[in-house]
Design a protein around this ligand. Structure first.
Ligand code: SAM
Ligand code: DTB
Ligand code: SF4
Length: 338
């Protein structure tokens, strides 16, 4: 029987899971994973930066914040045709989800917003799931994105609430949660995760996972990023995360949120094939694929193809019908009731 989704996890329960011996944790997470995801496929999500750099926020990890000299070249909102071409290429390379990222503090209004809606529709018409991440948004904007067919909105909490103001000072955790409420209330599946390697303590990782696990419904997808340290940002020079910490985070996320796609996100370039395999065993079932993330390089497509083939892992297919996908009516749960 597939495990039921619980939303009443206590912080103590999450901390107790986090403290378990790693291989016991992986064994149990793999058991839950196989029961809930019998196809064992891996979703490939391709990223495209549709508006790059010049962002007013001060996120300490981000190469696109205008206040840090990172050498990222600003790029205004891309034309629709460029996005269509990139999405078609992503589909040809085996992606089932196309994720568009915009370096904004808030989702813009006016012609830029209208163009974002057209981008969402165009990606859905190609038969791909469309995801957008573009900063804080209002409920009316979320409603229009839902109407355009958006499959998921990505808005990360990044870390635990207690550590948040050490990373970002220009907005609050409450701001982040308010946008996530608008997305959820509009019936758009939430994509929400965080970053390991910001200098946070284990307790902050536990706080983040606890917060995600008590969302109702759980996030449809949970990106787990490893910090990509970028010269010029306050986080440049931070040490690499121990890959076993990523495996632990994946396993705990899988046990807490059986129905979510757990995505290995930024920072995979430094992971070995063995690290990847352990993450897939522990419950990861999505990757950001394609040669680029937003502004930094990603794992080579050929390396991912070879890795998935060697592990016998299929790619998740695109939605059955163009325009079909993850969007659900406002208020309905992401997964069947227990
Ligand atoms: N401006 C929007 C926002 O902040 O929600 C969307 C774009 S922002 C680049 C999306 C996410 O990328 C961030 O929330 C963060 O989790 C992740 N990210 C950005 N820079 C990163 C880095 N250097 N390493 C790892 N993850 C990063
Ligand atoms: C997410 O959690 N990670 C992606 C996506 N959602 C938008 C972004 C990673 C960005 C890494 C740094 C860069 O390439 O600029
Ligand atoms: Fe970067 Fe998004 Fe923060 Fe802007 S809001 S600095 S794009 S992470």
């Amino acid at each position: 029987m597939p495990p039921r989704d619980r939303h009443d996890w206590t912080r103590e329960e999450v901390a107790a899971l986090w403290a378990r011996p790693l291989l016991d944790l992986v064994f149990d997470a793999a058991t839950v994973h196989r029961a809930r995801w019998p196809r064992k496929d891996v979703q490939r999500a391709t990223l495209l930066s549709v508006k790059t750099g010049g962002c007013a926020e001060d996120c300490g990890y981000c190469p696109q914040a205008s206040r840090y000299a990172t050498g990222v070249e600003r790029q205004a909102l891309l034309p629709l045709d460029a996005v269509k071409a990139a999405a078609a290429q992503a589909k040809a390379e085996g992606a089932s989800r196309f994720c568009m990222g915009g370096a904004w503090r808030d989702v813009p209004d006016g012609p830029a917003f209208d163009r974002l809606l057209d981008m969402v529709k165009a990606v859905r018409d190609l038969g791909l799931e469309a995801c957008l991440t573009a900063g804080m948004l209002r409920r009316d904007q979320a409603d229009r994105l839902a109407e355009a067919g958006l499959s998921a909105y990505n808005h990360n909490l990044d870390t635990g609430e207690a550590y948040y103001d050490r990373v970002i000072s220009t907005r609050t955790y409450a701001d982040r949660l308010a946008t996530l409420d608008h997305v959820r209330d509009a019936g758009i599946p939430v994509c929400c995760g965080g970053i390991l390697g910001l200098g946070e303590a284990e307790g902050d990782r536990i706080d983040l996972l606890h917060r995600l696990a008590t969302f109702t419904p759980h996030p449809e997808s949970v990106p787990i990023n490893l910090l990509v340290p970028v010269e010029g940002t306050p986080m440049a020079g931070r040490p690499n995360v121990d890959p076993f910490d990523l495996v632990r985070a994946v396993a705990v996320a899988r046990l807490l949120m059986p129905s979510a796609r757990i995505r290995l996100s930024a920072g995979r370039r430094d992971l070995s094939d063995g690290d990847h395999a352990l993450c897939f065993l522990a419950g990861a079932n999505s990757i950001f694929a394609g040669d680029r993330l937003l502004t930094t390089p990603n794992v080579d497509g050929d390396r991912d193809d070879a890795l998935l083939a060697r592990l016998g892992l299929a790619s998740a297919p695109p939605p059955a019908e163009p325009g079909a996908g993850a969007t659900r009516a406002a208020g309905t749960p992401a997964c069947p009731a227990p």
